[in-house]
Design a protein around this ligand. Structure first.
Ligand code: GLA
Length: 738
């Protein structure tokens, strides 16, 4: 059994072959934390590891820390996991063990995305209930351990079993104390068009945090952090990952205390948050996924990739190969009509593309971004026959049809706003901030969610639509909902996210055949929570191949390739003005859910030939790219950042594709080798270069052993002065076991 309880030592031990998580009920009833990390022997007692006494409290001897759910105001001065305001205004808690139970599998969370099991035996869940005798608060801490994954999924339910209302001021999904501070902190930071750039720095005394207060998880910071030893590399050394399955305001914080231990906490951002609990009411935190790897960042990422792809994403499209799509956004922006779209679709079809996506601009009178959000009816000026005619004609060509929507928004210039100005988020006595000329709809109101479900189901049912791109193009300001009393306004941001999840849940259930792709000005809501509804997301509005190297590389720290939309766009690139070779753009976009975002009618004959080859190549290897094991090889965040490389390997190790990218050409650089990972050491691989024209070097003519490819690598330059003249070079190595 992965979860054991020993009444003798009062110890809980969650254990798999790769991790152990050990807790103990201390003499005074507190729940102490003993260990999370490498697996420990199953039947031993680890009391001695244990919590150390508080120092300096004369009347409180033998009260040890660390605890599983630390609270504030009674001696532990570090950041707390739980702050609850009581009837008298005080916030001190004294949480003591009440009961526990172990259940097979994993109970679902209501209204929140969560990881799941397919068969009960995959995982076990431990729920430990702690209680504060003074105010009647109960905390149910939940721990799920999967038999074959190096991780623990945590969360908590806060229940008011007292007689008076309580206000939850902070409720972390997980808090963990590590005994030393010899760690570096990895975070994914950025902004619009430069999402999820890896930052790595030493942890220092005091606190360091990343957070969002924007209503979405945000492109500035991602709800994922890792603590790695300073010497940890991709394939060596310890690392802990902390990922929050949530799409709204989050906090991920690290605190190094004066004795040199490290506390990590992650959960809903307490800033601006308050949740009112009447007697009998409860609050569920989102869940956090804590991964431990003793074998470097790669193994941590594998754990996230596999869990998120197979036990968080759900629905028809979870395991289905994703279509090669073309999206008209950068090809036309708002300027299109049916004729133009059909020309684009027809030329895309000739090239082998499988899905045509109509982006923004098809509804209301939306010729630019100043109007019509909320008016989800077809603009007959552009599409006289409606979506039915357009989608029907596209289907008749043998392509599938997809549609862009931005459900959570309204423009001031719209019929919806005229009819329901009160549905726009804002404080009645203050001006509303407009971002991209739009307001946010109050998703905390059930009637707004109902309305959107009605309108959008009408649209999705009106035509053969097989894909939806669900956008969300602004942050939330003036957070407030008149539907809640003054003392409950701190619930708004979380209720908003719950409303988004409710709408996603209803639409994905009503249209199970539709592939949903999430988007938020590119990657502003690229998080595990949204993956539970949309198995793929638009990684970034920045489609520049060179910028994408960093964006996609950083994203893979926590997210699988199957979750990352990646498109070839026109050159010079619309976001950066950079001119890159056509194939380089494809060779970057292959590592994700591949597609195009341009006007295919403008291709030169040479480009058409290249696209045909690209589509055929990706089509052939699609499952490897989307569902293979992904390894980062050369980081564009390290060294001079001029080179990047990564690879995917088939689950059975029989095939692999390596992508190598050189940003600026190097003259007389000398040979360079890239060691590969994840191959079968006993297999012999035929190595070919794709496209064949990308190298003056012939590929090695003899098959090479997996052992030598992993020990010595592929030789990138041989003795040539240049791989190829010119900047922005890319090439693939295709490895097939003989
Ligand atoms: C956002 C998206 C883009 C595109 C535009 C349309 O910026 O990220 O991909 O859909 O909106 O307005």
């Amino acid at each position: 059994m992965p979860i054991s309880w020993d009444p003798q030592s009062q110890q809980f031990h969650l254990r798999t072959d790769s991790v152990s998580y050990v807790m103990q009920i201390l003499d005074n009833g507190w729940l102490g934390h003993l260990h999370f990390g490498p697996p420990l022997a199953e039947d031993a007692a680890y009391t001695y590891l244990g919590p150390r006494d508080f120092l300096g409290f004369s009347n409180r001897q033998r009260e040890p820390i660390p605890l599983e759910c630390p609270t504030a105001g009674s001696g532990d001065f570090r950041v707390p996991a739980l702050v609850v305001e009581q009837a008298d205004g005080s916030t001190v808690l004294d949480l003591r063990y009440k009961s526990h139970r172990v259940t097979p599998g994993k109970p679902a969370l209501t209204g929140l995305p969560s990881t799941y099991v397919e068969v009960g035996g995959e995982a076990e869940t431990l729920e430990i209930t702690l209680v504060d005798a003074v105010c009647g608060l109960e905390v149910e801490l939940r721990y799920t351990i999967y038999r074959s994954r190096p991780l623990v999924v945590r969360g908590a339910r806060i229940v008011n079993r007292g007689q008076t209302p309580l206000i939850v001021r902070a409720a972390m999904s997980a808090s963990l104390d590590l005994p030393d501070a010899d760690w570096t902190l990895l975070t994914l930071n950025g902004d619009w068009a430069r999402e999820r750039q890896i930052d790595r720095r030493a942890v220092r005394p005091g606190r360091q945090a990343v957070a969002s207060n924007r209503g979405v998880s945000s492109p500035q910071h991602n709800p994922f952090i890792a603590l790695a030893r300073p010497s940890t590399t991709e394939d060596r050394g310890e690392v802990f990952g902390f990922s929050l399955v949530y799409s709204g305001n989050f906090l991920a914080e690290v605190e190094v205390e004066s004795f040199g231990s490290t506390r990590i906490r992650t959960g809903i951002n307490p800033e601006g948050f308050a949740w009112f609990l009447d007697p009998g009411a409860f609050f569920d935190t989102p869940e956090a996924v804590l991964v431990y790897s003793a074998a470097g960042l790669d193994e941590m990422s594998q754990a996230y990739h596999e869990l998120f792809r197979t036990r968080l994403a759900r629905g028809t499209w979870r395991d289905r190969p994703r279509p090669i799509l073309i999206n008209n956004w950068e090809g036309t922006y708002f300027d299109f009509d049916e004729k133009r779209l059909l020309e684009m679709a027809s030329s895309a079809k000739e090239l082998g593309i499988e899905l045509f996506v109509l982006d923004d601009g098809w509804f209301g009178r939306r010729d630019d971004d100043t109007t019509s959000l909320g008016d989800w009816f077809v603009d007959k000026r552009k599409l006289p026959g409606g979506l039915e005619s357009l989608a029907g004609k596209i289907e008749a060509m043998g392509l599938r049809f997809g549609l862009w929507i931005e459900p959570e928004m309204v423009n001031r210039a719209s019929r919806l706003y005229e009819a329901h100005p009160e549905w726009a988020v804002g404080i009645p006595t203050r001006p509303r901030t407009e971002i991209r000329n739009q307001y946010v709809l109050d998703m905390a109101r059930p009637e707004v969610v109902d309305y959107l479900f009605g309108v959008l189901s009408g649209i999705l049912g009106s035509a053969p639509i097989s894909y939806v791109k669900w956008d969300m193009n602004r942050y939330i300001t003036e957070p407030f909902t008149p539907t809640l009393p003054a003392w409950r306004q701190g619930e708004f941001m979380h209720r908003y996210v719950m409303g988004v999840y409710a709408l996603y849940d209803r639409l994905t259930k009503a249209f199970p055949g539709i592939l949903f792709e999430s988007c938020s000005s590119g990657g502003a809501r690229f998080d595990p929570g949204i993956l539970a509804y949309a198995p793929q997301g638009w990684t970034s509005d920045n489609t520049d191949a060179i910028d994408r190297l960093r964006i996609q590389f950083g994203t893979t720290l926590a997210y699988p390739l199957s979750s990352m939309g990646a498109h070839v766009s026109a050159s010079p690139n619309h976001q950066t003005g950079r001119t890159t070779p056509f194939n380089t753009r494809a060779l970057v976009a292959f590592f994700g859910d591949f597609g195009y975002e341009l006007d295919p009618t403008r291709f030169t004959p040479e480009e058409r030939a290249q696209v045909k080859d690209q589509v055929a190549f990706y089509g052939h290897w699609r499952e490897l790219f989307q569902f293979g094991r992904f390894h980062r090889l050369v980081s564009p965040f390290e060294g001079d950042g001029n080179d990047a490389a990564w690879m995917v390997v088939a689950p059975d190790g029989r095939a692999a594709i390596v992508g190598f990218y050189r940003i600026q050409s190097r003259t007389n650089a000398g040979p360079k080798r890239i060691r590969l990972r994840g191959l079968d050491p006993a297999a012999r691989y035929k190595v070919s270069v794709w496209p064949a024209t990308s190298t003056p070097e012939p590929a090695p003519s003899l098959p090479l052993g997996g052992d030598v490819l992993m020990a010595q690598g592929v030789v990138i330059e041989g003795n040539r002065m240049n791989m190829e003249m010119g900047d922005f070079h890319a090439r693939l190595y295709v490895l097939e076991a003989q």
